[in-house]
Design a protein around this ligand. Structure first.
Ligand code: URA
Length: 455
């Protein structure tokens, strides 16, 4: 019975072996086409990329194998091979080649009892575990705001070659804020728009936070000729082959010139710094002829990714409040006082951070535009940030205004709790009370629309 050795993290392969799945695939294609049997290939031998130059100690038989066209592998198998290639097991390249060779020669039944397939699955499982662990355990450190990009740095020594996948994960999670992940063998830098793959830039975690930070700051200076601290105004992909453009690229926006204090679109808005940390701005949604406009604080984690307001847990609660109050959510307009997600890292999570007064003021520019366009009769301010923005003052408290209707600049303003408050309050009775207060407030808003003289 074949026993599967536990997959232990091996050393990084010597430069002689293929350094990537792409290099292995290139070589494997040529070997298959030349009919070279798996036993004849020494995958640890000096690697030039050309099988002809490869020493083949037991190769007497290879000339006898008939050259064959490279097999066309199904997508699922390519995905498995690709994942297994990230496993730092010394036999990874040989195993992959043997499997592909067997496939080419008609052994296409992927049996659970076949030792090669078992080993493949064990490698893939080890890689998946490591991806998960790295995402879970990595810790970003925020650098001083005046230190320039990257804003967050993290060190991790993965047991397998999972940095590219994990980097993609953080690209989708951390928006346009700049960060860097350093590992002993490679580093990735995300400048908010482009992912730069580079070699090892620091030797250990201490160098990331101590004086040894200089080498990678040099790297950063070459990416941003203006130098760290000058702001990421221009993005120059340094390593063309190893870079990836992000969506909603900050670099694209910035290249168009300074949008100044009166940006034409939310995408161009630089009226405060929050755009740098968010995936995208989140504008309002709903009927443009709504008579009620609901205003929240700022998009949360899920809204930042979805690009729409109130789609996460707070949105679900808002749906229930609307339903209980008899307000058709499709007939109202829902927006936020601040259009970019403000957050801070806690472990691997992005925790909501309350916007500052200057950010509320900067973003009132957009709320004014929405008010001018939708022309609601009643604004429902949900929570303190919304209230400050709607009334245009920081000298107002939720307690003073809760459940009241106030006439302001030709419209009614009704104040209710923010849905997140009703989700957060610890005891059940208080939660119910918060919910009921919100329902009452929305009913009042609906009444003001139906009978404007009622208040
Ligand atoms: N909280 C808000 O204030 N707005 C959202 O869009 C989501 C959560």
């Amino acid at each position: 019975m074949y026993s599967i050795e536990p997959i232990r993290p091996g050393p990084v392969p010597p430069p002689a072996a293929p350094r990537s799945f792409a290099e292995w695939r290139e070589a494997a294609r040529e070997l298959l086409a030349a009919g070279v049997a798996p036993d004849a290939v020494d995958w640890a031998a000096p690697f030039s990329g050309a099988p002809a130059a490869r020493p083949a100690p037991h190769n007497a038989s290879i000339q006898l194998n008939k050259p064959a066209p490279a097999p066309v592998l199904p997508r699922w198998l390519m995905d498995l091979l690709h994942a297994a290639a990230c496993c730092r097991a010394p036999d990874r390249w040989a195993l992959l080649y043997r499997l592909v060779w067997r496939w080419q020669h008609g052994e296409q039944a992927a049996s659970d009892r076949d030792p090669d397939w078992q080993r493949l699955h064990a490698m893939v499982a080890a890689v998946r575990r490591e991806e998960h662990d790295m995402q879970d355990k990595i810790r970003f450190h925020e650098r001083a705001a005046d230190a320039g990009p990257p804003r967050f740095v993290a060190w991790y020594a993965p047991a397998h070659d999972v940095l590219p996948q994990v980097a993609e994960h953080f690209v989708s999670r951390m928006g346009r804020v700049s960060w860097m992940i350093a590992t002993p063998d490679a580093s990735v830098l995300w400048d908010g728009a482009t992912l730069h793959n580079c070699g090892p830039l620091v030797a250990d975690a201490a160098e990331l936070t101590g004086d040894g930070i200089a080498p990678w700051l040099d790297y950063y200076r070459s990416v941003y000729p203006a130098g760290p601290g000058q702001g990421a105004q221009r993005v120059i992909p340094l390593l063309a082959a190893g870079t990836r453009r992000g969506s909603g690229a900050a670099g694209d926006d910035a290249a168009g010139g300074d949008p100044g204090q009166h940006p034409a679109t939310l995408d161009e808005c630089r009226r405060c710094d929050l755009w740098q940390h968010a995936t995208q701005p989140v504008g309002g949604a709903g009927s443009k002829r709504a008579r009620i406009m609901l205003v929240g604080e700022q998009p949360g984690d899920q809204e930042d990714i979805a690009g729409a307001p109130f789609v996460g847990p707070a949105g679900k609660l808002l749906d229930r409040v609307c339903e209980a109050a008899g307000v058709d959510r499709r007939a109202v307009y829902v927006t936020n006082a601040v259009k970019h997600f403000k957050w801070e890292p806690r472990g691997k999570r992005r925790m909501h951070k309350t916007p500052a007064q200057r950010e509320i003021e900067a973003c009132s520019y957009w709320l004014e535009k929405e008010l001018a366009q939708v022309k609601p009769q009643v604004i429902v301010a949900m929570g303190t940030t919304a209230l400050k923005s709607v009334l245009g003052t920081s000298h107002v408290t939720l307690k003073d205004m809760l459940g009241r209707a106030l006439r302001h600049e030709g419209r009614w303003v009704v104040t209710i709790y923010h849905p997140s408050y009703a989700l957060r309050v610890p005891d059940e009775a208080a939660r119910k009370q918060a919910f009921a207060t919100m329902v009452e407030g929305l009913r009042m808003a609906q009444e003001l629309v139906d009978k404007p003289g009622a208040a």
